[in-house]
Design a protein around this ligand. Structure first.
Ligand SMILES: Cc1cc2nc3c(=O)[nH]c(=O)nc-3n(C[C@H](O)[C@H](O)[C@H](O)COP(=O)(O)OP(=O)(O)OC[C@H]3O[C@@H](n4cnc5c(N)ncnc54)[C@H](O)[C@@H]3O)c2cc1C
Length: 419
């Protein structure tokens, strides 16, 4: 394969967000280099069916919104994902574990076929890899890291030195290398960050009763517990956010004890929890980059911000970043302006920073609301939830938000107008 030492765009990180940006820009006349530190064999990553047979469901799943589905459709990836495996969810039920407040959203009330899809992260990743690797102008290098990033020259071009010793000159570098982004650090961009005081346990569980194609979430003072439906009706993927000490205790339980603790915490809504797959735990931190762009540089996805998974919005925000950045670059190319200048890239920052900060503030608000103890706050919270459940306009607004259809959406995320 030709070794390019000059390129238009370098995307650091072949996660869901970085690959989505590459897929959206493929065919726009840019040469794109994608650098991934994991030594993955792309052909193996594509052999999804085989890995599925061997290891069952991926413990990491995402609730992809309708807006994210639209972005992945435009990127030419959604039909591939559909052919692999996904689960449309038709309802969401949220309730207060310390009272009677509850709210239910149903796609039928909105005349929609579903509210979103639960997709295993490795399925999304495989669909994206398949698309990106079939594009002539996209080149993926694995097992490499960025070790140095120069300041921009007068044309905003940056020089990158890789762990392999290769030196690349790029018109723009995109940090899509996740929450601990080294690329963002090399670009000299700091973060606001704080601990949520929660760890999240994720695993796949088998329940006595079917999941009813519903996303279930119980809020408690310790943190939210979510059951996300998988295509097998008796399987759900869980995200159990709780204090680090409680998470440690839960991780140390044997499978039978864990299933019992989970069933109690979930108030047995799906009957007995009969089986759990291997459990994984993630510390949860809120992070936000102080700026998303510089000359010849942009940060997207978790490299720019991380939020609490309680509303399942993390990767959805990242996909909106990818769409907004692709749009900014495409507009610049069409208008014949310096698309990699800080001035031009600020369009992307303006479009996304306020949306992402708003979502981060909402998640923080939710977390604090349900962390409040005492009879009066709990009573008010429950009354508020029950009232919301009866007020159609408020309910509709919340569900539009959950489907990713409200706010300032990138063009590439807007659904075509239906007849
Ligand atoms: C428990 C939990 C549950 C969640 N549930 C949901 C959900 O339901 N819905 C939702 O929308 N979001 C959810 N999220 C958030 C979501 O998982 C993340 O927002 C998403 O994975 C971020 O994608 P990304 O591509 O930005 O980063 P990553 O997935 O972190 O990908 C980064 C890529 O960069 C690579 N990389 C790292 N460092 C380097 C380097 N130095 N050089 C080159 N490559 C590098 C990594 O190997 C990786 O491939 C959840 C998060 C957690 C913790």
């Amino acid at each position: 394969m030709t070794q390019y030492n000059e390129t238009d765009l370098v995307i650091v990180g072949a996660g869901m967000v970085g690959l989505t940006l590459a897929a959206l820009l493929a065919g726009k006349g840019l040469h794109i280099r994608i650098l991934e530190s994991r030594d993955i064999d792309p052909q193996n990553a594509l052999a999804w069916e085989q890995s599925q047979r061997e290891t069952g469901y991926d413990p990491r799943v995402s609730a992809l919104t309708v807006a994210s589905q639209q972005v992945l459709t435009v990127a030419g990836v959604w039909s591939g994902i559909e052919q692999m495996r996904l689960m449309p969810y038709r309802a969401m039920e949220v309730w207060d574990g310390e009272g009677s407040g509850q709210i239910r959203f149903d796609c039928a009330e909105l005349h929609e076929p579903c509210l979103g899809h639960i997709v295993e992260n490795r399925v999304t990743q495989a669909g994206l890899l398949h698309r990106v690797l079939s594009q002539e102008n996209c080149e993926l290098s694995v097992g490499v890291q960025l070790t140095e990033l120069s300041e921009p020259d007068a044309d905003a071009v940056r020089t990158l030195t890789l762990s392999s010793g290769e030196v690349i000159q790029a018109r723009c570098v995109v940090a899509a290398d996740g929450a601990l982004s080294n690329t963002r650090r090399l670009a000299g961009i700091g973060m606001w960050e704080w601990d949520y005081g929660h760890h999240a346990i994720v695993t796949t569980v088998t329940t006595e009763q079917p999941n009813q194609a519903t996303c279930w979430q119980r809020f408690t003072g310790d943190g939210p517990l979510a059951f996300l439906p998988l295509p097998d009706p008796h399987l759900s993927s869980i995200v159990w956010s709780t204090s680090p000490d409680h998470a440690k205790v839960l991780m140390e339980l044997d499978d039978t004890e864990f299933c019992l603790a989970l069933e109690r915490a979930f108030e047995g809504r799906l009957g007995a929890v009969k089986h759990t797959a291997q459990r994984f735990v993630f510390p949860l931190r809120q992070r936000h980059a102080k700026q998303y762009v510089k000359a010849g540089f942009a940060a997207i996805g978790d490299a720019a911000h991380t939020i609490h998974p309680l509303a399942g919005q993390g990767v959805n925000l990242g996909l909106m970043d990818a769409a907004a950045l692709a749009e900014t670059i495409i507009d610049g190319l069409e208008d014949g302006v310096a698309w990699n200048s800080e001035y031009h890239l600020r369009r992307f920052q303006r479009a996304r920073q306020s949306e992402n900060l708003q979502m981060a503030a909402t998640m923080e608000g939710f977390k604090r609301l349900f962390n409040t103890h005492g009879a009066v706050p709990i009573l008010l919270r429950n009354a508020g939830m029950s009232l919301m459940n009866r007020l159609s306009p408020v309910k509709n607004h919340i569900v539009q938000e959950a489907m990713g259809l409200s706010g300032n959406l990138p063009r590439l995320a807007r659904r075509p107008v239906r007849d």
